[in-house]
Structures are given as C-alpha cells and as structure tokens.
Design a protein around this ligand. Structure first.
Ligand SMILES: [Zn+2]
Length: 285
C-alpha cells in the first residue's frame, strides 16, 4: 500500500494540475479515468512487489490507494485554488479545514461548463461522481490482477507470447476439452504462419526458477478497420491459466512463423506473399 500510494501521489500532482488548469471538461473526465486506472496500476505494482495474491486483499489495497491518491489530488487542487483566491498557496491536509474550503468553493463555484457555473448540490454530485471514476478502476484493476504464482518457489510466473497464432476452430469447446485432456494436437495442427483477422493468441506463464509449473492462456483476438480506417481489436479469453507440461509449452514457444521462403528467396517480396497464401490455402483445404 505504501509503494502504491507513492505512485498514486505522483499521479495526483499531475491530475490536480490537469484538473485545475485544463478548461476542456471532456478531457478532464478522461483524465479522471486515467488517474483512477493509474492508481490501479500503482496498486498492482505494490501488490506484485509484496507478493500479495488474495483477490479481496488486492481490491482493498486498490481502494485504499485510490482513496489516498484522491485525497492528495484534493490537497494539491485546494493549494492551487487558494493561490488564486487568497494570493497564497495553502495546504489543507486536515479534513475539517479541507471540507470548509470545499464548502466555500461549492457556494461560489469554481469553473464553467457551457456558460454555467456549477455550485451547491450539483457541484457536490460532480465531486462524488469524480470520486467513483477514480475509485472504481483502481479497485477493479487491483482485483483483476491474476498472474499465476508458484508457492514452493515463492515466485510470480513470467509471461511469454508465442510467436505464431492459431486458427479459431469451429467448435471452440471441443478445443478447450481436448486441451484439458492433455491432447494438444488440435492446437499445433492449427498454427498459422501469419496472423488472420480472427485468430487465437497463446501465452505461456512459467515459473522462472523451476520446470514445475507452466500455464497456457489462449485469447481470441479479432482485428478490424473502423470507419476512419484505424485498426481496432477486441480480445476474448478462451482458456485462462490451464496447467500444461513444460515440454509442450516449450514446443509452443519454439513454433516460428515460416521464414524459409524469405531466407531462400530474397529476390521478390511478392513471391513470399504468394508462397504464404498458397500454404494457408492448403492448410484450409
Ligand atoms: Zn518454480
């Protein structure tokens, strides 16, 4: 919690400055969400260093770190507001003094939105919503930290991405079932030499100290171009942390996209592309 709050303290300064000086409300709302997510990231960093892996403890730490960072953001924000109001920056660390100053701001308003200055109940509501936009991502991000941990070695697993992707089978449940039955051939047989718009990405989590624990994670990744022609993607977990033997994990990691064409024939890029397409058609057929 100390490590996470130190990170959150740095973010709170940046957030308070953005909040105070940036006139675009839309940007401020986004900054609030980023601040909350950043607090969650700081929580995960601290929890990882402390080797904490109780999910409720994680969520609690996310809440405390988010709350402490929000409190600090208010301290910096009121410092800046005091500098404008009284011509001198003042630190309000004591909550009673803090609330008195906040009441003063609520009575008079601080900033404008669409020509109107929110005061009283409306401003209090905005502050409560702001608190939720910070706290909810902080709690959720800390809660969802789920890197596998190897108890006998007292080590977090390391994550490695497979170089190749895999074709999505028609019956994804069947693939899941055969992997759970330790039959990996449906996965190996569907290795793709180049990624497709919809394909499976594999990750291996393994203990860095021993050969004992290895886990497989499969994600279905869909990529497409939006109206503006920008690449977008969505992920969907197919298999999360399935224990597999190290031997198969290593075999998955050593699969490489087919580069034989490139090494043997560097004269024409077109030939390479054609070669790959032909190969895929054969696979599909
Ligand atoms: Zn180990």
């Amino acid at each position: 919690m100390i490590v996470g709050t130190l990170g959150g303290a740095v973010l709170s300064i940046i957030y308070a400055l953005v909040n105070y000086y940036n006139p675009f409300i839309y940007f401020t709302v986004i900054a609030t969400g980023i601040f909350g997510a950043g607090c969650g990231g700081c929580a995960v960093m601290g929890l990882s260093l402390g080797k904490v892996r109780g999910r409720l403890t994680n969520a609690f730490a996310g809440f405390i770190i988010g709350f402490a960072s929000l409190y600090l953001a208010w301290v910096w924000y009121l410092f800046l507001a005091a500098r404008t109001a009284f011509g001198q920056g003042l630190f309000f660390f004591d909550t009673t003094a803090m609330f008195s100053f906040m009441q003063l701001i609520a009575a008079n308003g601080m900033w404008e939105i669409g020509g109107a200055t929110p005061t009283g109940g409306i401003l209090y509501t905005i502050w409560v919503i702001e608190a939720f936009i910070v706290l909810i991502p902080a709690i959720l991000i800390a809660f969802s930290a789920d890197t596998p941990f190897r108890e006998p070695c007292n080590q977090w697993s390391e994550e490695m991405d497979c170089s190749v992707t895999f074709r999505v089978p028609e019956e994804i449940d069947q693939l899941r079932q055969s992997l759970e039955d330790e039959n990996y051939s449906p996965l190996f047989e569907n290795a793709l030499m180049s990624p497709e718009d919809v394909c499976l990405h594999a990750k291996i989590h393994r203990c860095p100290k021993c050969d004992g624990s290895t886990w497989l994670e499969l994600e279905q990744v869909s990529t497409w171009l939006n109206d503006k022609g920008e690449a977008q993607s969505s992920k969907n977990t197919v298999i999360k942390h399935l224990a597999i033997s190290r031997q198969y994990a290593d075999a998955l990691l050593t699969l490489m996209p087919d580069s034989t064409n490139i090494s043997s024939d560097e004269s024409s890029v077109m030939d390479d592309d054609l070669g790959e397409e032909t190969f895929q058609d054969e696979e599909l057929g």
